[in-house]
Design a protein around this ligand. Sequence first.
Ligand SMILES: NC(=O)c1ccc[n+]([C@@H]2O[C@H](COP(=O)([O-])OP(=O)(O)OC[C@H]3O[C@@H](n4cnc5c(N)ncnc54)[C@H](O)[C@@H]3O)[C@@H](O)[C@H]2O)c1
Length: 338
Amino acid sequence: MKLPTDQFQKLEPIYRDQRVCVTGGAGFIGSHLVDALLALGATITVIDDLSNSTLDHIASLIELEPARVQFVQGSILDPDSLNDAVQNASVVFHLAALGSVPRSVEEPQRTWQVNATGTLRVLQAVREHGVQHLVNSSSSSIYGDAPELPKVESLLPMPVSPYAASKIAGEHLLSSWASTYGLNTINLRYFNIFGPRQPADSAYAAVVAAFAHALLAGNQPVIFGDGLQTRDFTFVSNAVLANLLAGASDEPFQGQAVNIGTGQRTSLLELAGIIAKLTGHPDIAPRHETVRAGDVPHSLAEISRARDLVGYEPIVGVEEGLKETIQWWQSQALESKS
Ligand SMILES: NC(=O)c1ccc[n+]([C@@H]2O[C@H](COP(=O)([O-])OP(=O)(O)OC[C@H]3O[C@@H](n4cnc5c(N)ncnc54)[C@H](O)[C@@H]3O)[C@@H](O)[C@H]2O)c1
């Protein structure tokens, strides 16, 4: 992904020659963040246990720039691996987690261990190593069943899944470590991030990837429920920009939660229709199954706080992002044929 020129020019002098750490940097969002950091001149250490990814997305970067992209294969739950990854970093971007609401319903304890205890370990490492900034990846799922739209950060979180509970716990850890130990921490609440590299081949796949995967193969996408649920689908470059801005800020963040979305919502039926057209299958209608436990009806971000606190403005809208994502899926299909 490419940053707009004005953002690049603003961020490059800040990240050039900085040493940063990206937990979960082999994953979907993390690997795009690593790409951007490398382009900005940073030296990056990635820690990832590859439990939900492979080295594929960052292997070429490691090969190309071995001195500037280092990889620690290990868990954030393992203090030695974490210390190796965090030492000398000025910013830690914490993305390592077990995502997916349905997976958390199946594996609540493991979800808690990685997402909540793992975040605690990251905070302790950040503290021990005197890291200046910790930027945490949180989730809009923490709003749960709260009926208000759009979701404003001042709403009381109402987590309705083990995943959401683990994410709000992580947020509270960051804000309490900020007030107790004076750490500079911020929680970015992502709203349904999608884009190239998002995995599609499991029962836990996110909806855009699952729809694209099904439709490109000429199959019906599956919608759980009537499809009138809405989401603020946010292209991955927006999440990357939010991380870069937060990590570069001079503000003394104190664990605030900040929504990262676009402020536009799309129903699952609309989404299926758009992807059906983009994949050349406008005639394929979705198939409906019963609603899954932990799924929320509607989600839409109010992004004023992100604008005010970190200077965030979405750079890619949903339609443009979907086009780019489908093109990527098509290029992958061609590659696997050749
Ligand atoms: N994708 C979304 O729509 C979305 C929405 C809200 C929040 N988030 C959050 O953003 C972050 C990144 O999500 P993603 O979509 O890129 O998911 P992802 O699964 O692609 O990335 C997470 C990475 O963390 C790694 N990981 C898992 N457990 C680990 C451990 N114990 N130690 C080290 N690494 C570990 C995985 O192998 C993976 O590479 C996560 O914190 C997720 O909760 C994502």
